[in-house]
Design a protein around this ligand. Structure first.
Ligand code: NAP
Length: 280
């Protein structure tokens, strides 16, 4: 087993802690996820991201058990798929996820997409809060939610989510939404944190910084996330790249270099629009 390294964490508004780097598992199948989660946890990852929609929760659960890392040390996240929106369906969906994962609670349960056309995400959120009360979920969160969706949750339930997991990278810094979430004590999680290869990895500024800091372009990008206390969840099935993606806590980008990366911003219009995106 590889020696674990400590990944810095930040607090959640529910009282727990979340590591600043986690392991994404889409689009792995069960067998790939079992291997990747086992090696990732043995390398020091303590946050794992899956979803009912990914069809790999069985593999993620197997990887968790095979790793030998105690369940209590791992922040395990899964998500409610679109087809299961609604109060009763949400309850059944979480029980099914727990069964597939082989665990008796998840640390973070997210609504995967708001699907505003269905008008059921508030009902799902209420069901999740009830299941948090039963000890089946530690923290309730959302994914792909806009400020307006979160304001509706707040108005109707009085409870802000712990996390909003959104598409975020140097090309899509989502500054307005990130600032709003920070102001309300909601942790921003970055999915697709490395961005599209053509957007960021190949940008001359990223390559130049990688060379100057003696790091890979991906490490420069992940450092940009953690330096803003964004929780990034890069996916890698390769052990060397998993290790490299964790090794971003022993160098620091200067404020000037952080501002230079701001020039990669393509604007909010380049991000997926959750009011239009339908995924079940
Ligand atoms: P990503 O993690 O930014 O990029 C993954 C890609 O980069 C893979 O092709 C991976 O290949 C490669 N890669 C990873 N580390 C690398 C490195 N150090 N050097 C070179 N290449 C590297 O994008 P993502 O998978 O779209 O997003 C990450 C996770 O976020 C997903 O796995 C999923 O858990 C979650 N997600 C959530 C949503 C949502 O709606 N909430 C949407 C999309 C994704 P290898 O595996 O071969 O290394």
């Amino acid at each position: 087993m590889n020696q674990a390294i400590g990944v810095p964490t930040r607090p959640l508004n529910t009282g727990g802690q979340i590591p600043l780097i986690g392991l994404g598992t889409w689009p792995m199948d069960d067998a790939q996820a079992a291997t990747a989660v086992r090696t990732g946890l043995q390398l020091g990852y303590r946050l794992v991201d899956t979803a009912a929609k990914y069809g790999n929760e069985v593999g993620v659960g197997r990887g968790l058990r095979d790793s030998g890392i105690p369940r209590s040390e791992v922040v395990l996240t899964t998500k409610l798929r679109g087809a299961d929106h609604g109060y009763d369906k949400t309850k059944a969906a979480l029980h099914a996820s727990l069964e597939r994962l082989g665990v008796d609670y998840v640390d973070i349960y997210l609504i995967h997409w708001p699907l505003p056309r269905l008008e059921r995400y508030v009902d799902s959120y209420r069901a999740m809060l009830a299941m948090r009360g039963e000890g089946l979920i530690r923290s309730v969160g959302v994914s792909n939610f806009t400020k307006a969706h979160i304001e509706q949750l707040d108005r109707e339930t009085g409870v802000l989510p712990a996390v909003n997991q959104i598409q975020l990278s140097p090309a899509l810094p989502r500054t307005a939404l990130h600032t709003y979430l920070e102001r309300h004590g909601i942790v921003t999680q970055s999915y697709s944190p490395l961005g599209r290869k053509e957007d960021a990895h190949r940008a001359p500024v990223v390559r130049e910084l990688a060379q100057r800091y003696g790091r890979t372009p991906e490490q420069v990008i992940l450092r940009w996330h953690v330096q803003q206390e964004l929780v990034a969840i890069p996916k890698s099935s390769d052990q060397q790249r998993q290790r490299a993606n964790l090794a971003v806590f022993d160098f620091e980008l200067s404020p000037e270099d952080m501002s230079r990366l701001r020039a990669l911003d393509q604007g909010e219009a380049a991000a997926i629009d959750p009011d239009r995106h339908e995924e079940f």
